[in-house]
Design a protein around this ligand. Sequence first.
Ligand SMILES: [Zn+2]
Length: 352
Amino acid sequence: MTAEPGRDTGADGQDAHRVAAEALDAVRAAADAAQLEAVRALYLGRGDGRLTVFRRGLGKLADADARRALGQTVNTLTERVSDAIDERRAELEVAARAQQDATEALDLTWPPRPLRRGRLNPVTLAAREIRRIFGQIGYIAVAGPEVEYDRYNFTLVNQPPGHPARDAHDTFYVDDSRLLRTHTSPVQIRSMLVRGAPQRVIVPGKAYRRDYDASHLPMFHQVEGLCIDEGIAVSDLKGTLEFFVRSFFAADARVRWRPHNFPFTEPSLELELACVSCDGSGCTLCKHSGWLELLGCGMVHPAVLRNGGIDPERYSGFAFGMGIERAAMLAYDISDMRLLYENDVRFLRPVS
Ligand SMILES: [Zn+2]
């Protein structure tokens, strides 16, 4: 319906158009959601919005048609401004999202950072593997005290006071009769006294000596082995340890046997492994000999059997002792023993 002149919305209608035009300009100029909300409140606010107030003038118009016309005009203008605000809000949201995408530069195709998992120390890995291998051939793993009596650590394994072999062990003494065990051998005596014969045990555990360099630590791990039965001979010793070496290092690992001397075995032998680095041709690891000392062993001395309560006339046995750090270093190609205990993740990570 077109309002007739004089019955139009008159000055009020003109003013409403002008205010609405201002409002639309302000909506287009709003740079963000907050400014847009301020514009909405200014023009369309309930009660005193600059466009809203025109409704108050309606009551003053006596002419019903003029009143209806002004009412329609204000409604139309309000709707137009309101639509413009909604449209501008949508535009601002799109722009804000584009801005965020540009500044955060989130690339969802980028590969994730690798998840780094903890690894077991090579000594732990080697000890577990040693237990597994000997477990396959009937050995049980046993333990003994680390604070040990001098008697078990030395005397009962054939190193009575004054024996020169004691000097080779730089010992941490706790008091006159007790010490930090310098090897796992005292557990041989303890196991013989508890289990008697026959028995097959290994003793993985810690030992202590006053030593510290690239191949010696004040605390280190040994595995002791003991096999006692009737008729045990050197061939059993060799067969068992060759089986172990081929299981632990490589199926084609070569060994050689050298005579040695230990107080607790007779005869005593040393097992040498063909160098894991040069396979026998000579390198710095094997000091150009082609061979690496791996462990000491021998037939249990009759006196040691007797100290363990076992009759050497009826039973015989063999024993061996090996440094677990040494085995781990050779198996995992580690040059300095101290690396095993520095907890450097760069060192621990590649060993799986
Ligand atoms: Zn070598």
